[in-house]
Each structure stands twice: as C-alpha cells, then as structure tokens.
Write a protein of this length. Sequence first.
Length: 186
Amino acid sequence: MNSLRTPAPSVACHTRIRLSNRWIGLALATILVGCSGDNSDLDSYFAEVKARKSTDIEMVPQMRPYERFAYAGADRRSPFDNAEAEIARLTPNNGLAPDLQRPREPLEAFPLDALNLLGVLGYGDKRWALVRSADGIVHRVAVGQHMGRNGGRVTAISERKVDLKEIVPDGLGGWMQRDAWIAQSE
C-alpha cells in the first residue's frame, strides 16, 4: 500500500510551476516570431506620409469681447406679472357680459354656420323663423330667443334672414356686442 502513495504537495506545486513557465516561454517566442518579418509595406506608408506637402494651419478667429447689456425697462411692468389683471384694471367695464345663469336654449349648442334658415312663417306683425340645426331637427324661432354658441339673441326676423346680437370677448378682458345673421340659402 505504500507504493500507491501520492507525492508530497510541495513536489506537485513545483511540477505545475515548471509546466506554466514552459507555456509562458513558448507564448513569448511565438509573439516575437510573429513580430519579426517583412516591414516593407509599413516603411512605404511612412515614406508616403513624409512626402506629402504640408499645409498651413488657419489662425483661430478672434473672439469679440463680451458687451454688457443694460436693461432700461426696470421701471415698467414685469412681463412675468399677471397681464390680464393689469388690462382689466386699465379697461373700463362697460357692464356688458353674457348671462351665465340663464338656461340654455337648444339652438345654442350649435355654431351659427351650422344652422340653416328654411323659411319664415307669420301673420300680422308676428313672425317665426324655421331653422334646421346640424342634427336635422327643425326649430321654430321667435324674436328674443337665443341661438349660436355666443349667446346670440334674435332681434329681427325678415323674409330672407334672421338678425342677431351676440356678446363676444373683446380681447381685453371685457365683452362687446356684435351683429350677426343667418340668411336663407337659395
């Protein structure tokens, strides 16, 4: 049983070190052999680069010195303040405003260009306009009723058109009255 004993650990380590040193030496020799050889293509490239004509390098453009800007509008209104409040303060209130508490009428759901005047009915001084909405329903409209998205109030009904007064924003935080109409198409 003594003959089957494994070698001492120190002998095994020395054997591995000797084998790894041989592999390292073999790898270095292979690298050195691969590096030596014909370098004529590399030499011709260097000769070509050296033979090229050199060009002058352009000068870096001069930078203008920084010019300081002095803001002269410090006494004016700040552009970041609430401009609408300032305009409302400067704009006189003419008391004109749409009545938002009034119940809406069916024709106020449509813009005026979506309404068609079909004809006018009446007897004596009473007149009604027949107006078809975009959903195809025909409505009977009298003076004083409202139609259109801008709360247009019917002021007059003639044989060929319905006159309205609309209340629209004036762009300055207030309201203005504008004339509008729906004419019968031919």
